[in-house]
Ligand binder design. Structure first.
Ligand code: ATP
Ligand code: LTN
Length: 335
């Protein structure tokens, strides 16, 4: 709890322009969260990003772009604390302490580490290995009650709970034990080219994903090229992953139920389906893109939000950090 409200934390890496998958699986859910009920912290987790080699100028640009996209998608930066992880040094400091309460065996089991090591065999660094401990520090610093994440992050959330429980067991009630929050539109959005694989921003085939800043004609073209099957009948089934994915996207945006959408497409062909879904996506993203373009021009406003929210995040994070430092036996600061 923070200021009498439940505390909520989430973050996204600034490793590329976010996709429709990130938006429907994460960002859109965040926007629907009731701010009267939750005190929300949304971080651009740039410290996590350097577990994979990044071009410095590019990372800075992407981090700012993601910051603006959070706001453009509908998160009010006066109500939600939106900030850069690297501007709050408590994340790294708490991570060090938590490292000393995390076992090698636990980290060895993490599937994301195994996947990313395979993908980048030339750079299996210890940051990649201890990535989940930094994530635990993110969450625990803000005494988070809930953490909206996609299903792929559940393993990291469980380890966060284990670390927090271990710490509390030794030192008393220091950390809130967080719960995962799987949002309403939590469906996994799949690749448009290989619909059995998730849509991912790091996919090398640009036709496989819709980026949030793709132009309308690009979006329409990508949907036109989306892989379906040779059957020409619009049905919602696991045997038809391409069609199922298009229907899922349509429902996640329109709020319609699957059956309702299938009935609506009855008698129509795949060409119509792709066109309608493409148009729905274009219309959903249009206002976001417009707001994004305005924000990126409004440098002073964006800078002010970065500064104010960075200070706010620092205030809450430091409170927890000082408590933890005292508990483990670090000498208190002399005032
Ligand atoms: P990368 O391709 O770089 O591994 P990613 O696109 O998988 O990244 P992340 O930055 O790891 O994205 O994820 C940010 C958030 O978006 C997470 O909460 C994750 O669960 C969610 N997410 C990512 N991809 C999808 C998807 N295809 N469908 C639904 N949610 C997704
Ligand atoms: N690991 C997450 C990003 C992330 C996060 C967090 C999500 C970093 N810290 C804390 C929720 C809470 C990812 O790769 N999607």
């Amino acid at each position: 709890m923070i200021d009498g409200k439940k505390s909520l934390f989430s973050g996204m890496q600034a490793t590329g322009t976010i996709t429709l998958g990130n938006y429907l699986g994460a960002l859109k859910n965040w926007v629907n969260i009731d701010q009267n009920e939750y005190k929300c912290f949304y971080s651009v987790v740039d410290m996590h990003s350097i577990t994979v080699r990044q071009d410095p100028a590019e990372l800075r640009k992407r981090a700012r772009s993601l910051f603006a996209l959070y706001i453009a998608a509908g998160l009010d930066p006066e109500e939600n604390c939106i900030y850069y992880q690297s501007h709050v040094s408590a994340h790294a400091e708490l991570m060090w302490i938590l490292n000393c309460f995390t076992y090698m065996g636990e980290m060895n089991r993490m599937t994301q580490f195994k996947d990313k090591s395979k993908k980048h065999p030339e750079n299996i660094n210890t940051g990649l290995f201890t990535y989940p401990v930094l994530m635990a520090a993110d969450i625990l610093l803000y005494q988070s009650d809930v953490v909206p994440v996609g299903i792929d992050q559940m393993q990291h959330l469980e380890i966060t709970r284990d670390i927090a429980e271990r710490f509390n067991h030794i030192y008393g009630d220091v950390f809130t034990i967080p719960e995962a929050y799987l949002g309403k539109t939590g469906t996994k959005i799949m690749s448009l080219q290989e619909p059995t694989k998730k849509m991912s921003k790091s996919d090398e085939n640009a036709n496989a994903h819709i980026l949030l800043l793709d132009e309308p004609d690009v979006i329409m073209r990508k949907f036109k090229k989306a892989v379906t099957d040779s059957d020409a009948c619009i049905a919602y089934s696991e045997d038809k992953p391409g069609v199922k994915n298009l229907i899922d996207i349509y429902c996640a945006i329109s709020g319609k139920k699957t059956q309702e959408a299938v009935a609506e497409f009855e008698g129509k062909g795949y060409g119509d389906l792709k066109k309608i879904v493409g148009e729905t996506v274009v219309e959903e993203l249009r206002p976001i893109q417009e707001r994004y373009n305005d924000l990126m021009k409004n440098k002073d406003y964006l800078n002010q939000m970065i500064k104010d929210n960075g200070e706010k995040a620092n205030y809450y994070a430091t409170k927890t950090l000082r408590k933890v430092q005292h508990k483990v036996g670090f000498p208190d600061r002399i005032r």
